[in-house]
Design a protein around this ligand. Sequence first.
Ligand SMILES: *Cc1c(COP(=O)(O)O)cnc(C)c1O
Length: 385
Amino acid sequence: MNTPNIDILSSVKTPAYVVDKRLLRKNLELLASVQQRSGCKILLALKGFSMHSLFPMIGEYLAGITASSLFEARLGYEKMGKEVHIYAPAFRDDEFDAILHCCNHIVFNSAAQYRHFKERVEEFNRHNNRSVECALRLNPQYTEQRVAIYDPCAPCSRLGAVASSITPADLEGLSGLHFHTMCEQNSDTLERTLVRVEEQFSQYFGGIKWINFGGGHHITRADYDVERLIRVINGFRAKYGLDVYLEPGEAIALNTGFLVASVLDIVDNGMQLALVDTSAACHMPDVLEMPYRPQIVGAGEPDEKPFTYRLGGMTCLAGDVIGDYSFDKPLAPGDKLIFTDMAHYTMVKNNMFNGVNLPAIAVMDESGITVIREFDFQDYASRLS
Ligand SMILES: *Cc1c(COP(=O)(O)O)cnc(C)c1O
Protein backbone atom coordinates (compact mmCIF):
# COMPACT_ATOMS: atom_id res chain seq x y z
CA MET A 1 0.00 0.00 0.00
CA ASN A 2 1.02 3.66 -0.24
CA THR A 3 3.22 4.97 2.55
CA PRO A 4 0.89 6.55 5.04
CA ASN A 5 1.39 10.10 6.20
CA ILE A 6 3.14 9.37 9.47
CA ASP A 7 3.21 12.95 10.75
CA ILE A 8 -0.51 13.45 10.33
CA LEU A 9 -1.35 10.02 11.79
CA SER A 10 0.96 10.62 14.75
CA SER A 11 -0.86 13.82 15.62
CA VAL A 12 -4.08 12.07 16.64
CA LYS A 13 -4.90 11.43 20.31
CA THR A 14 -4.31 7.73 20.92
CA PRO A 15 -5.58 5.14 20.68
CA ALA A 16 -7.57 5.84 17.52
CA TYR A 17 -8.72 3.99 14.43
CA VAL A 18 -8.14 6.27 11.45
CA VAL A 19 -9.73 5.41 8.12
CA ASP A 20 -8.30 7.14 5.06
CA LYS A 21 -11.22 8.08 2.81
CA ARG A 22 -8.94 8.29 -0.21
CA LEU A 23 -7.85 4.67 0.23
CA LEU A 24 -11.45 3.58 0.79
CA ARG A 25 -12.55 5.40 -2.35
CA LYS A 26 -9.83 3.63 -4.32
CA ASN A 27 -11.21 0.25 -3.20
CA LEU A 28 -14.77 1.34 -3.99
CA GLU A 29 -13.76 2.49 -7.48
CA LEU A 30 -12.29 -0.94 -8.21
CA LEU A 31 -15.42 -2.67 -6.87
CA ALA A 32 -17.64 -0.36 -8.92
CA SER A 33 -15.68 -1.27 -12.05
CA VAL A 34 -16.20 -4.98 -11.28
CA GLN A 35 -19.94 -4.35 -11.02
CA GLN A 36 -19.96 -2.41 -14.23
CA ARG A 37 -17.90 -4.89 -16.25
CA SER A 38 -19.47 -8.10 -14.92
CA GLY A 39 -23.06 -6.97 -14.38
CA CYS A 40 -22.98 -8.28 -10.80
CA LYS A 41 -24.08 -6.35 -7.74
CA ILE A 42 -21.73 -5.95 -4.78
CA LEU A 43 -22.95 -5.59 -1.20
CA LEU A 44 -20.94 -4.50 1.84
CA ALA A 45 -21.03 -7.23 4.49
CA LEU A 46 -21.45 -5.20 7.67
CA LYS A 47 -19.96 -7.99 9.73
CA GLY A 48 -16.53 -6.87 8.50
CA PHE A 49 -16.92 -3.09 8.43
CA SER A 50 -19.79 -1.07 9.90
CA MET A 51 -18.40 2.48 10.03
CA HIS A 52 -21.75 4.05 9.25
CA SER A 53 -20.52 7.61 8.91
CA LEU A 54 -19.01 6.34 5.65
CA PHE A 55 -22.14 4.51 4.43
CA PRO A 56 -23.29 7.43 2.25
CA MET A 57 -19.92 7.35 0.45
CA ILE A 58 -19.98 3.54 0.14
CA GLY A 59 -23.53 3.76 -1.18
CA GLU A 60 -22.31 5.92 -4.06
CA TYR A 61 -20.48 2.85 -5.39
CA LEU A 62 -22.10 -0.36 -4.09
CA ALA A 63 -25.62 -1.78 -4.43
CA GLY A 64 -26.26 -1.96 -0.69
CA ILE A 65 -25.37 -4.00 2.36
CA THR A 66 -25.74 -7.47 3.72
CA ALA A 67 -26.47 -8.11 7.38
CA SER A 68 -26.10 -11.05 9.70
CA SER A 69 -28.51 -9.78 12.35
CA LEU A 70 -31.44 -7.45 12.83
CA PHE A 71 -29.21 -4.69 14.20
CA GLU A 72 -26.88 -4.80 11.21
CA ALA A 73 -29.88 -4.81 8.86
CA ARG A 74 -31.36 -1.80 10.62
CA LEU A 75 -28.04 0.05 10.53
CA GLY A 76 -27.76 -0.49 6.78
CA TYR A 77 -31.39 0.43 6.21
CA GLU A 78 -31.17 3.64 8.23
CA LYS A 79 -27.68 4.80 7.28
CA MET A 80 -27.35 3.73 3.65
CA GLY A 81 -30.88 3.15 2.46
CA LYS A 82 -30.06 0.99 -0.54
CA GLU A 83 -30.58 -2.79 -0.89
CA VAL A 84 -30.56 -4.62 2.45
CA HIS A 85 -29.96 -8.36 2.44
CA ILE A 86 -29.83 -10.56 5.50
CA TYR A 87 -28.59 -14.05 6.29
CA ALA A 88 -28.46 -15.58 9.75
CA PRO A 89 -28.01 -19.20 10.88
CA ALA A 90 -31.48 -18.89 12.41
CA PHE A 91 -34.07 -16.12 12.70
CA ARG A 92 -36.10 -15.38 15.85
CA ASP A 93 -39.89 -15.10 15.71
CA ASP A 94 -39.85 -11.90 17.80
CA GLU A 95 -37.41 -10.10 15.48
CA PHE A 96 -38.89 -11.15 12.16
CA ASP A 97 -41.34 -8.25 11.69
CA ALA A 98 -38.51 -5.76 12.13
CA ILE A 99 -36.38 -7.76 9.69
CA LEU A 100 -39.18 -7.68 7.11
CA HIS A 101 -39.41 -3.93 7.57
CA CYS A 102 -35.67 -3.37 6.84
CA CYS A 103 -34.78 -6.05 4.31
CA ASN A 104 -35.30 -6.71 0.58
CA HIS A 105 -33.75 -10.18 0.54
CA ILE A 106 -33.86 -12.76 3.32
CA VAL A 107 -31.54 -15.76 3.08
CA PHE A 108 -32.59 -18.72 5.21
CA ASN A 109 -30.13 -21.30 6.50
CA SER A 110 -32.42 -24.31 6.18
CA ALA A 111 -35.51 -25.40 4.33
CA ALA A 112 -37.24 -25.72 7.71
CA GLN A 113 -36.62 -22.05 8.58
CA TYR A 114 -37.92 -21.03 5.16
CA ARG A 115 -41.07 -23.09 5.69
CA HIS A 116 -41.46 -21.60 9.17
CA PHE A 117 -41.38 -17.97 7.96
CA LYS A 118 -42.68 -18.27 4.38
CA GLU A 119 -46.26 -17.28 5.18
CA ARG A 120 -45.18 -14.26 7.21
CA VAL A 121 -43.12 -13.03 4.24
CA GLU A 122 -46.00 -13.54 1.79
CA GLU A 123 -48.51 -11.84 4.10
CA PHE A 124 -46.13 -8.93 4.70
CA ASN A 125 -45.67 -8.47 0.95
CA ARG A 126 -49.45 -8.54 0.31
CA HIS A 127 -50.28 -6.02 3.03
CA ASN A 128 -47.44 -3.62 2.40
CA ASN A 129 -47.14 -3.79 -1.35
CA ARG A 130 -43.55 -4.93 -0.97
CA SER A 131 -41.61 -7.74 -2.61
CA VAL A 132 -39.26 -9.11 0.00
CA GLU A 133 -37.50 -12.04 -1.69
CA CYS A 134 -36.41 -15.28 -0.04
CA ALA A 135 -33.38 -17.45 -0.62
CA LEU A 136 -31.71 -20.53 0.80
CA ARG A 137 -28.07 -20.79 1.81
CA LEU A 138 -26.44 -23.83 0.27
CA ASN A 139 -23.49 -25.76 1.63
CA PRO A 140 -21.60 -27.15 -1.38
CA GLN A 141 -19.29 -29.10 0.96
CA TYR A 142 -16.32 -27.62 -0.83
CA THR A 143 -13.98 -25.02 0.57
CA GLU A 144 -10.32 -24.12 0.23
CA GLN A 145 -10.42 -22.44 3.64
CA ARG A 146 -8.29 -24.46 6.02
CA VAL A 147 -8.55 -22.55 9.33
CA ALA A 148 -11.16 -24.56 11.23
CA ILE A 149 -13.15 -21.72 12.80
CA TYR A 150 -13.51 -20.07 9.38
CA ASP A 151 -14.52 -23.25 7.54
CA PRO A 152 -18.28 -23.29 6.87
CA CYS A 153 -17.99 -26.62 5.03
CA ALA A 154 -16.35 -28.62 7.83
CA PRO A 155 -18.05 -31.91 8.78
CA CYS A 156 -21.22 -31.28 10.82
CA SER A 157 -21.22 -27.55 9.92
CA ARG A 158 -24.48 -25.79 10.78
CA LEU A 159 -24.06 -23.29 7.92
CA GLY A 160 -26.15 -23.91 4.82
CA ALA A 161 -28.18 -26.79 3.39
CA VAL A 162 -26.25 -29.69 1.88
CA ALA A 163 -27.54 -31.11 -1.40
CA SER A 164 -28.81 -34.35 0.13
CA SER A 165 -30.99 -32.43 2.61
CA ILE A 166 -33.18 -30.61 0.07
CA THR A 167 -35.84 -31.53 -2.46
CA PRO A 168 -37.36 -29.43 -5.26
CA ALA A 169 -40.46 -28.93 -3.09
CA ASP A 170 -38.32 -27.26 -0.41
CA LEU A 171 -37.33 -24.55 -2.86
CA GLU A 172 -40.79 -23.64 -4.10
CA GLY A 173 -41.31 -19.88 -3.92
CA LEU A 174 -37.64 -19.00 -3.49
CA SER A 175 -36.18 -16.18 -5.57
CA GLY A 176 -32.54 -16.87 -4.86
CA LEU A 177 -29.78 -19.16 -3.69
CA HIS A 178 -26.71 -18.29 -1.66
CA PHE A 179 -23.40 -19.85 -0.72
CA HIS A 180 -20.49 -18.55 1.33
CA THR A 181 -17.40 -20.74 1.48
CA MET A 182 -14.45 -18.40 0.96
CA CYS A 183 -12.20 -16.27 3.17
CA GLU A 184 -9.51 -13.90 1.87
CA GLN A 185 -9.36 -15.86 -1.39
CA ASN A 186 -8.65 -15.20 -5.05
CA SER A 187 -10.92 -15.67 -8.05
CA ASP A 188 -9.44 -19.07 -8.96
CA THR A 189 -10.96 -20.39 -5.73
CA LEU A 190 -14.33 -18.97 -6.76
CA GLU A 191 -14.00 -20.61 -10.17
CA ARG A 192 -13.34 -24.04 -8.64
CA THR A 193 -16.09 -23.56 -6.06
CA LEU A 194 -18.64 -22.68 -8.73
CA VAL A 195 -17.97 -25.98 -10.51
CA ARG A 196 -19.01 -27.81 -7.32
CA VAL A 197 -22.02 -25.58 -6.80
CA GLU A 198 -23.20 -26.18 -10.37
CA GLU A 199 -22.69 -29.96 -10.10
CA GLN A 200 -24.86 -30.18 -7.02
CA PHE A 201 -27.41 -27.41 -7.42
CA SER A 202 -27.80 -26.23 -11.04
CA GLN A 203 -30.92 -28.38 -11.29
CA TYR A 204 -32.57 -25.69 -9.13
CA PHE A 205 -31.34 -22.65 -11.09
CA GLY A 206 -34.35 -22.67 -13.44
CA GLY A 207 -36.72 -21.65 -10.65
CA ILE A 208 -34.79 -18.68 -9.27
CA LYS A 209 -33.78 -15.14 -10.27
CA TRP A 210 -30.49 -14.58 -8.50
CA ILE A 211 -27.58 -16.24 -6.78
CA ASN A 212 -25.30 -14.78 -4.15
CA PHE A 213 -21.66 -15.93 -4.21
CA GLY A 214 -21.09 -14.83 -0.56
CA GLY A 215 -18.02 -13.03 0.77
CA GLY A 216 -14.34 -13.83 1.13
CA HIS A 217 -13.45 -12.40 -2.30
CA HIS A 218 -10.23 -10.47 -1.68
CA ILE A 219 -10.87 -8.28 -4.72
CA THR A 220 -8.92 -5.22 -3.58
CA ARG A 221 -5.74 -7.12 -2.68
CA ALA A 222 -2.81 -6.27 -4.99
CA ASP A 223 -2.45 -9.80 -6.44
CA TYR A 224 -6.19 -10.47 -6.89
CA ASP A 225 -7.07 -11.65 -10.39
CA VAL A 226 -9.89 -9.24 -11.22
CA GLU A 227 -10.01 -10.25 -14.88
CA ARG A 228 -10.72 -13.86 -13.94
CA LEU A 229 -13.50 -12.76 -11.57
CA ILE A 230 -15.15 -10.75 -14.33
CA ARG A 231 -14.78 -13.63 -16.79
CA VAL A 232 -16.26 -16.13 -14.31
CA ILE A 233 -19.25 -13.95 -13.47
CA ASN A 234 -19.97 -13.06 -17.08
CA GLY A 235 -19.74 -16.73 -18.06
CA PHE A 236 -22.07 -17.75 -15.26
CA ARG A 237 -24.63 -15.06 -16.07
CA ALA A 238 -24.59 -15.97 -19.76
CA LYS A 239 -25.06 -19.68 -18.98
CA TYR A 240 -27.89 -19.42 -16.49
CA GLY A 241 -29.43 -15.97 -16.96
CA LEU A 242 -29.25 -15.31 -13.21
CA ASP A 243 -28.40 -12.06 -11.45
CA VAL A 244 -25.23 -12.42 -9.41
CA TYR A 245 -24.46 -10.82 -6.04
CA LEU A 246 -21.14 -10.72 -4.19
CA GLU A 247 -21.06 -9.70 -0.54
CA PRO A 248 -17.48 -9.11 0.58
CA GLY A 249 -16.73 -7.32 3.84
CA GLU A 250 -12.99 -7.28 4.13
CA ALA A 251 -12.38 -6.31 0.47
CA ILE A 252 -14.22 -3.02 0.94
CA ALA A 253 -12.03 -1.77 3.78
CA LEU A 254 -8.82 -3.70 3.04
CA ASN A 255 -5.73 -1.56 3.71
CA THR A 256 -7.74 1.60 4.29
CA GLY A 257 -7.29 2.16 8.02
CA PHE A 258 -4.78 2.43 10.84
CA LEU A 259 -4.76 2.01 14.57
CA VAL A 260 -2.53 4.63 16.12
CA ALA A 261 -1.25 3.83 19.61
CA SER A 262 1.32 5.16 22.08
CA VAL A 263 4.00 3.45 24.12
CA LEU A 264 3.28 3.82 27.86
CA ASP A 265 6.13 1.96 29.52
CA ILE A 266 9.14 -0.24 28.82
CA VAL A 267 10.06 -3.09 31.16
CA ASP A 268 12.49 -5.98 30.96
CA ASN A 269 11.77 -9.60 31.81
CA GLY A 270 13.98 -11.82 29.73
CA MET A 271 13.48 -9.42 26.85
CA GLN A 272 12.41 -5.84 26.30
CA LEU A 273 8.65 -5.42 26.74
CA ALA A 274 6.72 -2.37 25.55
CA LEU A 275 3.35 -1.62 27.13
CA VAL A 276 1.05 0.19 24.71
CA ASP A 277 -2.26 2.05 25.12
CA THR A 278 -4.13 -0.45 22.97
CA SER A 279 -4.87 -4.16 23.34
CA ALA A 280 -4.94 -7.22 21.14
CA ALA A 281 -7.80 -8.64 23.21
CA CYS A 282 -9.93 -5.49 23.10
CA HIS A 283 -9.02 -3.50 19.99
CA MET A 284 -7.74 -6.05 17.47
CA PRO A 285 -9.24 -9.37 18.64
CA ASP A 286 -8.44 -11.16 15.36
CA VAL A 287 -4.75 -10.95 16.31
CA LEU A 288 -5.59 -13.57 18.96
CA GLU A 289 -8.53 -15.26 17.25
CA MET A 290 -7.38 -15.63 13.64
CA PRO A 291 -4.49 -15.45 14.70
CA TYR A 292 -2.31 -13.08 12.69
CA ARG A 293 0.52 -10.60 13.10
CA PRO A 294 -0.40 -6.99 12.28
CA GLN A 295 2.12 -4.77 10.49
CA ILE A 296 3.52 -1.64 12.10
CA VAL A 297 4.84 1.23 9.99
CA GLY A 298 8.65 1.28 10.21
CA ALA A 299 8.95 -1.93 12.27
CA GLY A 300 10.45 -5.27 11.25
CA GLU A 301 10.49 -8.91 12.28
CA PRO A 302 12.18 -9.65 15.63
CA ASP A 303 15.95 -8.96 15.39
CA GLU A 304 15.65 -7.65 11.84
CA LYS A 305 16.36 -4.16 13.20
CA PRO A 306 18.59 -3.40 16.23
CA PHE A 307 15.91 -2.99 18.95
CA THR A 308 13.38 -5.77 19.50
CA TYR A 309 10.33 -5.51 21.78
CA ARG A 310 7.35 -7.64 22.66
CA LEU A 311 4.30 -5.37 22.49
CA GLY A 312 1.74 -5.98 25.23
CA GLY A 313 -1.73 -4.55 25.75
CA MET A 314 -3.60 -2.78 28.54
CA THR A 315 -5.59 -5.71 29.91
CA CYS A 316 -4.64 -8.15 32.66
CA LEU A 317 -4.86 -11.08 30.24
CA ALA A 318 -1.40 -12.66 30.14
CA GLY A 319 -1.89 -13.46 26.45
CA ASP A 320 -2.76 -9.88 25.50
CA VAL A 321 0.36 -9.75 23.36
CA ILE A 322 0.36 -8.17 19.91
CA GLY A 323 3.67 -9.67 18.84
CA ASP A 324 7.44 -9.16 18.71
CA TYR A 325 8.74 -6.32 16.54
CA SER A 326 12.07 -4.65 15.94
CA PHE A 327 12.78 -0.95 15.47
CA ASP A 328 15.65 1.26 14.27
CA LYS A 329 15.72 3.21 17.54
CA PRO A 330 14.89 2.24 21.13
CA LEU A 331 11.22 2.78 22.03
CA ALA A 332 10.36 5.24 24.77
CA PRO A 333 7.11 6.25 26.49
CA GLY A 334 5.19 8.63 24.25
CA ASP A 335 6.37 7.07 20.98
CA LYS A 336 3.62 6.48 18.44
CA LEU A 337 3.00 3.13 16.77
CA ILE A 338 0.95 2.97 13.58
CA PHE A 339 -0.65 -0.42 12.98
CA THR A 340 -1.75 -0.89 9.36
CA ASP A 341 -4.86 -2.50 7.85
CA MET A 342 -6.96 -1.92 10.97
CA ALA A 343 -10.28 -0.85 9.42
CA HIS A 344 -11.98 -4.24 8.93
CA TYR A 345 -12.84 -6.76 11.67
CA THR A 346 -11.60 -4.36 14.37
CA MET A 347 -14.27 -1.74 15.19
CA VAL A 348 -16.97 -4.37 14.62
CA LYS A 349 -15.37 -6.82 17.08
CA ASN A 350 -13.80 -4.65 19.76
CA ASN A 351 -14.88 -4.72 23.38
CA MET A 352 -14.35 -3.06 26.76
CA PHE A 353 -12.99 -6.10 28.61
CA ASN A 354 -11.20 -4.97 31.79
CA GLY A 355 -12.89 -1.57 31.41
CA VAL A 356 -10.31 -0.57 28.83
CA ASN A 357 -11.75 2.28 26.78
CA LEU A 358 -12.29 1.91 23.04
CA PRO A 359 -10.11 3.75 20.51
CA ALA A 360 -11.63 6.87 19.01
CA ILE A 361 -12.89 6.60 15.43
CA ALA A 362 -11.48 9.11 12.95
CA VAL A 363 -11.31 9.75 9.22
CA MET A 364 -8.47 11.21 7.23
CA ASP A 365 -8.38 12.92 3.83
CA GLU A 366 -6.40 15.68 2.13
CA SER A 367 -7.60 18.17 4.74
CA GLY A 368 -6.24 16.15 7.69
CA ILE A 369 -7.76 14.02 10.45
CA THR A 370 -11.27 14.43 11.85
CA VAL A 371 -12.22 12.52 14.99
CA ILE A 372 -15.86 11.54 14.62
CA ARG A 373 -16.46 9.49 17.76
CA GLU A 374 -14.83 9.19 21.15
CA PHE A 375 -15.89 6.80 23.89
CA ASP A 376 -16.10 7.31 27.63
CA PHE A 377 -17.25 5.82 30.92
CA GLN A 378 -20.94 6.05 29.91
CA ASP A 379 -20.35 3.75 26.94
CA TYR A 380 -18.79 1.24 29.31
CA ALA A 381 -21.40 1.50 32.06
CA SER A 382 -24.42 1.57 29.75
CA ARG A 383 -24.05 -2.01 28.57
CA LEU A 384 -23.72 -3.34 32.10
CA SER A 385 -26.17 -3.01 34.94
C1 LIG B 1 -18.42 -13.14 6.83
C2 LIG B 1 -19.38 -13.20 5.73
C3 LIG B 1 -19.26 -12.36 4.61
C4 LIG B 1 -18.11 -11.40 4.44
O1 LIG B 1 -16.89 -12.07 4.40
P1 LIG B 1 -15.50 -11.32 4.12
O2 LIG B 1 -14.49 -12.38 4.39
O3 LIG B 1 -15.39 -10.18 5.07
O4 LIG B 1 -15.51 -10.88 2.71
C5 LIG B 1 -20.22 -12.44 3.63
N1 LIG B 1 -21.26 -13.32 3.72
C6 LIG B 1 -21.41 -14.14 4.78
C7 LIG B 1 -22.57 -15.08 4.82
C8 LIG B 1 -20.49 -14.13 5.81
O5 LIG B 1 -20.63 -14.95 6.86
